[in-house]
Design a protein around this ligand. Sequence first.
Ligand code: KG4
Ligand code: ZN
Length: 359
Amino acid sequence: MTRILAIETSCDETAAAVIEDGRRILSNVVASQVELHAEYGGVFPEMASRAHVEAIVPVIERTMEEAHLGFDDLNAIAVTYGPGLAGSLLVGVNAAKGLAVARNLPLIGINHLEAHVYAHWLEVEGDGAAQGNLTFPLLSLLVSGGHTELTLVRGHGDYEHLGSTLDDAAGEAFDKVGRLLGLPYPGGPEIERVAQNGNPQAFSFPRSWLDDKEPGTGEALGRSRGPHAWDFSFSGLKTAVLRQVQKYSDPPRGKLLADLAASFQAAVVDVLSAKAAWAAEAFAANAVLLSGGVTANQTLRKTTVERVKVPVYYPPIFLCTDNAAMVGACAHRHFIAEKIGPHARSGLDLDVVTGLRLG
Ligand code: KG4
Ligand code: ZN
């Protein structure tokens, strides 16, 4: 049996968890800073690192208390070392180093993008949970405020990067458009809420296919693809929403607001779900794994399930958004098979890598 204390501070959540055998969540604590950053309409890096400094010790203490364990019951300390904000990552990495030295435990540095994939290995209830039915190859679509990543997972620790965003991340696009529409931060859940009363076809906002044909034409698969076929771009869409908003002197309200939100959401969901479906087919994936905060979006889930021919898994929201349980699940794989990844057992010289990639 292995028990790993995992720490995550890459962006604006201070999180810790204890994971048993890579699957069982013994405790999982997240201190969110969302209210702190709401005032600025996005994550303010300097404030994020200060808030991590304040929260990290209480979060770890609560995590150990809720797991009913002492540090002697642990086999390793895992921590996200990238990608993310330098000042935020440093808080988690240094806390983890301190614990590893003090308790003479191995330190395992974890790639945040890989951790999101391993959220699917955690034992949880719920409709979209994989419940252990995972056979490689798998296609991972990570959509959050900081990332839009399409990755082929050929096996444990064996990744092929297919595409990512050329400009804004999907969640960032939701947040920026939310602001254009006069909605509070974070924009994603707000846009989804007001879009419920809107017509997704009211505005035909642009979709950046970046080489592929529109879904349903049958031309997307089998044709030779350009270098950006699996990439994403949302900045043109954001500008298109801005142009509509500028036509009116006041912030949009009522039916207009609902139609703008619904049409914007439809454009983002269309591209994400279409590329996931094409890639799943092109790479013969056995399932599609959705993760990241944007996965909370019901239209995205529903449309992806409809379009993809293999099962689509999405963990419960608390495991889609940033958390340390997924870091612990990922660390377990590194712990039991040191050949996976270069940081199976990291030295105390482990440094943060803000631009770390996967595959
Ligand atoms: O994974 P996450 O909690 O944090 C990181 O970015 O790392 O994702 C937050 C992002 C925000 O951009 C937020 O607007 C978006 O996820 N989001 C949503 C929804 N809920 C959260 N986007 C669309 N629809 C939602 N229901
Ligand atoms: Zn994340």
